[in-house]
Design a protein around this ligand. Structure first.
Ligand SMILES: Nc1ncnc2c1ncn2[C@@H]1O[C@H](COP(=O)(O)OS(=O)(=O)O)[C@@H](OP(=O)(O)O)[C@H]1O
Ligand SMILES: Nc1ncnc2c1ncn2[C@@H]1O[C@H](COP(=O)(O)OP(=O)(O)O)[C@@H](O)[C@H]1O
Length: 243
């Protein structure tokens, strides 16, 4: 009999991907979308902490629900309480080795895994016909572009709308709704986006919400809804033969 693998090390399984085979669902995406009378899509908010991602995404969620849409909202802070919890939140239940391996912080590679997991979940939600709103700092262009490829690969081009909430750093710092900038500037939070970590702005976002004095979250949500409507991801009946 083989000796068990040493603790904290996965068993040598070889290339398990060879043993995983895609199974086509009996119910198609088109059938789900017809029932919901809408197209599934992902609306991805990106921007600095405090730029307004959560506030605007919540406003859009409310607007969509009031118009009868089936939608859901994934938000950075909330997802980091569960699917993408930090090591300290996992160690009690799962132990230190597990927490170390699967818990996420804010290093570049941890953010990459955070966005990869969320991208996969968002794509599944869109494939279930939901309008999926996702609000994450997602500072790296490559990570966001990967999510776009996954969502559009699972569906069709146009299923991913990137919303750049372009609020200047100074305004975010002034707002500082959670007091995080104060802590980051005092050196209490390492890798803080905009202070001690980079933010790569989108080059061709579908929606560019440039900060202007007087623009309310409700104005911003209306602007996004207009683009969604113009691009046919909201308010266009799903044709029988579309997918
Ligand atoms: N180092 C550092 N940098 C940026 N943000 C930080 C950091 N530490 C904690 N926070 C809080 O975590 C929220 C960002 O989580 P995300 O999952 O959206 O981040 S990322 O997409 O993986 O970059 C972010 O939420 P928002 O303020 O809503 O953007 C912060 O509340
Ligand atoms: N036009 C605006 N759009 C979005 N948020 C705004 C706006 N004007 C002021 N705010 C305020 O700015 C803060 C943005 O915080 P939040 O939505 O949590 O940002 P993020 O999710 O990007 O960290 C909130 O306190 C919100 O009330």
């Amino acid at each position: 009999m083989n000796a068990p693998p040493p603790p904290n090390q996965p068993p040598a399984e070889g290339d398990v991907s060879k043993n995983i085979v895609w199974h086509e669902n009996t119910v198609s995406r088109a059938a789900r979308e017809r029932n919901l009378r809408q197209r599934g899509c992902v609306v991805w908010f990106t921007g600095l902490s405090g730029c307004g991602k959560s506030t605007i995404a919540n406003e859009l969620d409310r607007l969509l629900i009031s118009r009868g849409a089936a939608c859901t909202l994934l938000d950075g802070d909330n997802v980091r309480h569960g699917l993408c919890a930090p090591p300290a939140a996992l160690s009690g239940e799962h132990g230190d080795a597990f927490a170390e391996r699967f818990g996420l912080g804010f290093s570049p590679i941890d953010r990459e895994e955070n966005i990869r997991r969320i991208g996969a979940v968002a794509s599944l939600m869109a494939a279930a016909g939901l309008i999926t709103l996702a609000a994450f700092v997602s500072p790296y262009r490559r990570d966001r572009d990967r999510v776009r490829r996954i969502v559009e690969g699972d569906g069709q081009k146009g299923d991913f709308l990137e919303v750049f909430v372009d609020t200047p750093l100074e305004v975010c710092q002034q707002r500082d709704p959670k007091g995080l900038y104060k802590k980051a500037l005092a050196g209490e939070i390492p890798n803080f986006t905009g202070i001690s970590d980079p933010y790569e702005a989108p080059q061709q976002p579908e929606i560019h919400l440039q900060f202007r004095v007087g623009m309310t979250p409700s104005d911003a949500a209306e602007e996004i809804l207009q683009v969604m409507t113009a691009r046919g991801v909201f308010g266009t009946p799903v044709a029988e033969d579309k997918r």
